[in-house]
Design a protein around this ligand. Structure first.
Ligand code: ADP
Ligand code: ZN
Length: 622
């Protein structure tokens, strides 16, 4: 079988995605390979297909038990013999698995890095025919990465102990250069093919909202998307608890995850989510690494996370099946303060000396600033994200809240002039709030104490709404006309550029949402979206929307999928992805042959479940 046939036979797909073919070819030609692809791009197939085509077996090194379990289950469901070796097995099970592996039973063996250089495993490995070692989540080898795992450093040591060196493959979704260089150096990749695919995830819709009532905003979103699977990220355990309790009391099947729960409860809640028993997960950032659930339809950030890296990683857990999914960030001013607090009190890394710590904190503050700007930019959100990761694209994506809402360019020179003037005349001693309160003409004790009511700019902008003043203030920072210091007090300071606005030689324009249209249009959009998500999935395939009958069929297929998942003891998305169900509704196959034309249905699955799905479709057609 060639690689296309393997893709079709086992995974049920007709064509490769960007980058996959080149990575597979490189490995098949025997070259070490580093693949850098965003989450959901389809990295696994890049080593699984060569593994199936090479002689002997492939070892896959993976940092997390849940990740291994998921992939091994998916492979077994596709008819591939695979197993994992990690601490979730009893020593009896472990020995048995090693024995079967020694007999050449498995094409792929997933192993935890700390096992590699144990005596028992080495004895096995030295006698086995290992043609490839694939390192998943390879950034774990780097201290620069977010998930440094010292046991990853054992990989080169292990490789050296083997009599014949297998091809080495490494995969990561981390885009930064330091990490990439570390991977090549520390894993000792030999003259590797390095391939980076774009970081864009076109199926993800991005939005930022600053609602007065975050809970209400989130709840109305959930009400519009009943039954869909989603993650709600909060900054603190306390918020997770509050949100989860409240959602449950209102009848939403939510569960929760954070570091304060026992191991047992975390595991149980995670499984409830993965098996779609509780489709809504409320969690801190402790949740997610190794979650391969492909049918997460939305990720809501109830709080702004600490940096863009975290945001894109967490938001990227939506829509791994390539179907439309939404990433919504609910911004509130308090989020900045909470993150600032975390940075100031971060003692996570005990190995840092004081000087290093200062450098790290400064870096973290800068990252937080970039994250905050994301919440205020009026430019395309996708463009902002990709630019942050060093990619330049067009500045209009048409699939983010900024691109979709209607903007107009407004001249804000006069407002800018007054804000800058106020900063200057008060000798750059105050923070954002004092400055804005002054120009807005607030009559508070603080303003009187600072005697800002005597400032020449006091109340000069009393007619401009406060939110608009804040937007301009942010825009001035974004454009570099002002900076806010990040030492003990956040003080607004002028920059080298400020004078040009003050002396009238430069004007300031910014895009602002058109006011008159705002509320209605937002409501209309929201409504349309709730109803149309599946429609747009459908439209993706055939440029047509679901009929009512197809809509019903989809629900029936979803029920059948869940039933089969329960029998098999695997998560529903491992049986078939959402995309495959949508495709089934549109194609309505009547025979096994037609079934094989559906995306995501390979020969093995067609044989195993085909009959029941055909029957379900037949029943719902008449
Ligand atoms: P990653 O590890 O890069 O985050 P996965 O390997 O989990 O991503 O793949 C994400 C999803 O994309 C999976 O559901 C997988 O089956 C699917 N997929 C992978 N390759 C293809 C392809 N060529 N065509 C269609 N779907 C694919
Ligand atoms: Zn956009």
């Amino acid at each position: 079988m060639d690689k296309h046939q393997v893709l079709k036979q086992y995974f049920g797909y007709d064509s490769f995605r960007e980058g996959q073919e080149a990575l597979i070819d490189s490995l098949l030609s025997g070259r070490d390979t580093l693949g850098i692809m965003p989450t959901g791009a389809g990295k696994s197939v890049c080593f699984q297909i060569p593994a199936l085509m090479m002689e002997g077996m492939t070892l896959v090194i993976s940092p997390l038990i849940s990740l291994m379990k998921d992939q091994v289950e998916a492979l077994n469901q596709a008819g591939v013999h695979a197993a994992y070796l990690n601490s979730s097995l009893t020593s009896g099970q472990y020995r048995k698995a090693l024995e079967l592996a020694g007999q050449g039973r498995y094409k792929l063996i997933y192993v935890a890095p700390e096992r590699l250089v144990t005596e028992e495993f080495l004895r096995f490995a030295c006698n086995a025919h290992i043609s490839m070692v694939a390192v998943d989540e390879a950034h774990c080898v780097s201290q620069w990465g977010q998930d440094f795992r010292p046991s990853y450093l054992k990989i080169p040591e292990f490789m050296e102990k083997l009599s014949r060196r297998p091809v080495l493959a490494a995969f990561t979704a981390t885009a930064t250069r330091e990490v990439q260089e570390d991977i090549v150096r520390l894993l000792r990749l030999e003259r590797p093919t390095v391939l980076t695919t774009g970081f864009d995830r076109p199926n993800l819709y991005f939005a930022v909202q600053s609602p007065k009532d975050k809970y209400a905003a989130m709840k109305s979103y959930l009400d519009l998307h009943p039954g869909e699977s989603g993650i709600i990220y909060c900054l603190t355990r306390k918020t997770v608890e509050e949100v989860c309790v409240k959602l449950r009391s209102e009848g939403i099947s939510a569960t929760r995850y954070h570091a304060g729960l026992t191991d047992g409860e975390r595991k149980e809640n995670q499984e409830d989510f993965i098996y779609d028993r509780n489709p809504v997960m409320v969690a801190t950032n402790a949740f997610g690494m190794g979650i391969d659930k492909s049918n997460v339809r939305y990720v809501i950030h109830y709080n702004m996370p600490k940096n863009m890296e975290s945001y894109y990683q967490e938001a990227g857990r939506a829509g791994r099946d390539g179907e439309p999914a939404e990433c919504i960030l609910l911004y509130g001013g308090q989020d900045v303060i909470t993150n600032q607090f975390f940075i100031d009190h971060n003692q996570d890394n005990q190995e840092l000396n004081d000087a290093d710590r200062v450098v790290v904190q400064e870096r973290d503050r800068e990252r937080l600033r970039q994250m905050t700007f994301y919440c205020f930019t009026n430019e395309c959100l996708r463009d902002y994200i990709l630019r942050y990761f060093g990619e330049y694209t067009s500045n209009y994506c048409g699939n983010c809240s900024n691109c979709l809402s209607q903007f107009e360019t407004v001249d804000v020179t006069e407002i800018a002039h007054n804000i800058l003037g106020c900063v200057k005349s008060s000798r750059q001693r105050y923070g954002v709030t004092v400055i804005l309160d002054t120009v807005h003409g607030a009559n508070t004790a603080k303003i009187r104490n600072y005697r800002m009511n005597e400032n020449p700019h006091y109340a000069t902008l009393s007619k401009v709404p406060a939110y608009k003043l804040r937007q301009v203030m942010n825009q001035l920072q974004l454009l570099g006309y002002l900076v806010v210091t990040t030492d003990d007090y956040a003080i607004v300071k002028l920059t080298g550029k400020s004078e040009a606005v003050l002396d009238g030689s430069e004007s300031v324009v910014m895009k602002m949402a058109k006011e008159s249209e705002r509320p209605e249009k937002a409501a209309r959009d929201k409504k349309a979206k709730g109803k149309n998500r599946r429609q747009s999935m459908a439209a993706d395939f055939h440029a047509k929307e679901f009929t009512d009958m197809e809509e019903k069929l989809f629900e029936q297929l979803r029920i059948l999928r869940k039933e089969i998942a329960r029998e098999e003891g695997v998560p529903p998305y491992i049986v078939f992805s959402d995309k495959t169900l949508v495709h089934l509704c549109i194609r309505k196959p009547k025979t096994k042959e037609e079934l094989l034309e559906v995306s995501g249905i390979g020969a093995f699955k067609a044989e195993k479940y085909g009959g029941r799905f055909l029957e379900c479709i037949g029943k719902n057609l008449c």
